[in-house]
Design a binder for this molecule. Sequence first.
Ligand SMILES: *[C@@H]1O[C@H](CO)[C@@H](O)[C@H](O)[C@H]1NC(C)=O
Ligand SMILES: *[C@@H]1O[C@H](CO)[C@@H](O)[C@H](O)[C@H]1NC(C)=O
Ligand SMILES: *[C@@H]1O[C@H](CO)[C@@H](O)[C@H](O)[C@H]1NC(C)=O
Ligand SMILES: *[C@@H]1O[C@H](CO)[C@@H](O)[C@H](O)[C@H]1NC(C)=O
Ligand SMILES: *[C@@H]1O[C@H](CO)[C@@H](O)[C@H](O)[C@H]1NC(C)=O
Ligand SMILES: *[C@@H]1O[C@H](CO)[C@@H](O)[C@H](O)[C@H]1NC(C)=O
Ligand SMILES: *[C@@H]1O[C@H](CO)[C@@H](O)[C@H](O)[C@H]1NC(C)=O
Ligand SMILES: *[C@@H]1O[C@H](CO)[C@@H](O)[C@H](O)[C@H]1NC(C)=O
Ligand SMILES: *[C@@H]1O[C@H](CO)[C@@H](O)[C@H](O)[C@H]1NC(C)=O
Ligand SMILES: *[C@@H]1O[C@H](CO)[C@@H](O)[C@H](O)[C@H]1NC(C)=O
Ligand SMILES: *[C@@H]1O[C@H](CO)[C@@H](O)[C@H](O)[C@H]1NC(C)=O
Ligand SMILES: *[C@@H]1O[C@H](CO)[C@@H](O)[C@H](O)[C@H]1NC(C)=O
Length: 537
Amino acid sequence: MKCWFLWWLVFFVSHQHAEACSPPKKDCNTTEYPSSKCPGSCTNQCQKGDDPCCCINCVDNILENGSLDDTIKAIMELEDFMEEEKINGTDLATSSDNIVALQYEPNDTFVDLDIYASDNEDISYEPLPSSTVSVQLPRELNPGQNNTIVFLKLKWPETNQSILGSTYEVYDRALVGLSVEGKNISGLQQRVNITINLSKEIHETQKPSCHFFNFTTRNFSENGCITLWTRGRNNVTCSCDHLTYFAVLMVPASPSPKDQKILTYITLIGCSLSLFTLVITVLIFITNRKVREDVSMRVHINLVIALILLNLHFLLSSTVAAVSSTGLCLYMALVLHYSLLATFFWMALEGFHLYLLLVKVFNIYIKRYLLKLSVVGWGVPAVIVSVVVIIDRGFYGHVSLDTSNSNNTAICYITNNTVKMGTTVGPFILVFLFNMFMFGATIRRVWILRKSTEFGQSNRDRAKKDICTLLGVMTLLGITWGLVFFSFGHLTTVGLYLFCILNSLQGFFIFLWFMMSMRKAKTAVTKTSNENHSNST
Ligand SMILES: *[C@@H]1O[C@H](CO)[C@@H](O)[C@H](O)[C@H]1NC(C)=O
Ligand SMILES: *[C@@H]1O[C@H](CO)[C@@H](O)[C@H](O)[C@H]1NC(C)=O
Ligand SMILES: *[C@@H]1O[C@H](CO)[C@@H](O)[C@H](O)[C@H]1NC(C)=O
Ligand SMILES: *[C@@H]1O[C@H](CO)[C@@H](O)[C@H](O)[C@H]1NC(C)=O
Ligand SMILES: *[C@@H]1O[C@H](CO)[C@@H](O)[C@H](O)[C@H]1NC(C)=O
Ligand SMILES: *[C@@H]1O[C@H](CO)[C@@H](O)[C@H](O)[C@H]1NC(C)=O
Ligand SMILES: *[C@@H]1O[C@H](CO)[C@@H](O)[C@H](O)[C@H]1NC(C)=O
Ligand SMILES: *[C@@H]1O[C@H](CO)[C@@H](O)[C@H](O)[C@H]1NC(C)=O
Ligand SMILES: *[C@@H]1O[C@H](CO)[C@@H](O)[C@H](O)[C@H]1NC(C)=O
Ligand SMILES: *[C@@H]1O[C@H](CO)[C@@H](O)[C@H](O)[C@H]1NC(C)=O
Ligand SMILES: *[C@@H]1O[C@H](CO)[C@@H](O)[C@H](O)[C@H]1NC(C)=O
Ligand SMILES: *[C@@H]1O[C@H](CO)[C@@H](O)[C@H](O)[C@H]1NC(C)=O
């Protein structure tokens, strides 16, 4: 007796609970309600008095195979049907494989309505643990007692066909429709919020964007809809001031295809120019004995060589990736990673050298100074790359830069994001922070020196020289790379252009810096020799 009571209690309460928040559901199982048995075999579905399951299953068929015209017509007819046909007197959710349709008849005291729908076609007015779509309708909607609110969730089957002619991928291939019988709802003060849970990972090159389907123009539009989403959030909220059919389109993040093309050219030209001037720098270094003897120049030349490696392989990387030879790709990925790390480390060593030069002492007495620097600059990257290769050679390989585009722009690099973060972003953050500190120390030193020594020069000349020095030091230290930080890895279009221009030209700037230092060294030498000469005479 007691047991039964308990069972009753539990059952009844839970049943009551389900009753209270989930509308009664009519399951239009296609086995039980085959569309072939519908009157006219789906030629004239969703007419007044039709079986609701026929209407829904026929529309489902059209989603699968119908033309754009048929699809639009079917959706509008389904909407009208759900608005007008009082299917069973109460709220009712009918569902088939791909369609969830809900009629909600408000009573005269309409308060905000929330609708939650899950992928397995459950609908509720209260949060469901498994809900994938939730809709918040504002009180302002106030449909009136006789006007049904209709909620539709349409899901297209997995085919290659684009959805309603969209050029972009429609998230989850789903469309969420909202309407109120006999009313065109627009210009809402309090917006309707449609939240869609994102179960798939959003690729870096994509971002979700809320659109609605305009049945007049037959295309997707963003007007009146705000997309609330930041990278890393696992849901996207569409906040719209009207009721229609909403979809989340996966649009390209930041750079548009046009920008991407321009950026590709900028990178190509910048890297080629850098490569060319860097090679010249090396030639000058080799042929000029005086330059070769200067310790600073010897430090510079290591950075120059690292940059040559980086630029050369970067320029070739997409070509090699297209060749799709595994061995070549592995080599390319390895060298690219190695030269990138070497560039970072030599940038840090430039910072260190500058610090010793300017702040600590003017003469460096460190035994085998350059050898020690080289061990760090060339050795540590080699260790990092070796460790990665020893752990798993498969970490290097083809990486697609853009999954949204079937034109596979691939590059040979680190395939695993975790490894990439650990072995490139991590060292880079350390180098960047180190060099920021060095940069600060340099500026301070230059400031003090200038205050105490220079009188004669005109202000303009001095400012020009200072700016040049700072720009030179900045590129030398690679602080421009840090632009990535100020946007947390996701650059705005302007930031992206700046990053591309400055970094692809880094080699060129270093060439200029090299030439400048050479001239300075020359004048210093002539000055001292003149002094020596005058002294001796
Ligand atoms: C449809 O109904 C049939 C028999 O009633 C059942 O075997 C089948 O699993 C149902 N299909 C779905 C998708 O519920
Ligand atoms: C859609 O078309 C394909 C082939 O064109 C066919 O195999 C499939 O049965 C069709 N589906 C429906 C629901 O008519
Ligand atoms: C309304 O729905 C309930 C439960 O789904 C069912 O028992 C009842 O027969 C339906 N009434 C009509 C008129 O279809
Ligand atoms: C209208 O619905 C709300 C909640 O569903 C309920 O609390 C209220 O009593 C209803 N009003 C009438 C007049 O039925
Ligand atoms: C939708 O979200 C916006 C902003 O987050 C908020 O101002 C508005 O009240 C929300 N609407 C509803 C119906 O909750
Ligand atoms: C709602 O419909 C009933 C009968 O269908 C009608 O008597 C009533 O006036 C309608 N109410 C509104 C607000 O239109
Ligand atoms: C979809 O596209 C892929 C390749 O892009 C192709 O292999 C496949 O046959 C296509 N499927 C259909 C149903 O057209
Ligand atoms: C709503 O707009 C459609 C066209 O966009 C129009 O045909 C219809 O009459 C409008 N309905 C109302 C109630 O304004
Ligand atoms: C759909 O497009 C037409 C024509 O551009 C425009 O007048 C209408 O306002 C749009 N509908 C919505 C809901 O914005
Ligand atoms: C969306 O995600 C954010 C954080 O990921 C969470 O705070 C919020 O509650 C979620 N909203 C819904 C409706 O699930
Ligand atoms: C893909 O490549 C083809 C030709 O190779 C080109 O016509 C098309 O515009 C490209 N698509 C994209 C999105 O770049
Ligand atoms: C990357 O590698 C780590 C360590 O082997 C592994 O735990 C992780 O799942 C990998 N990530 C991907 C996306 O393959």
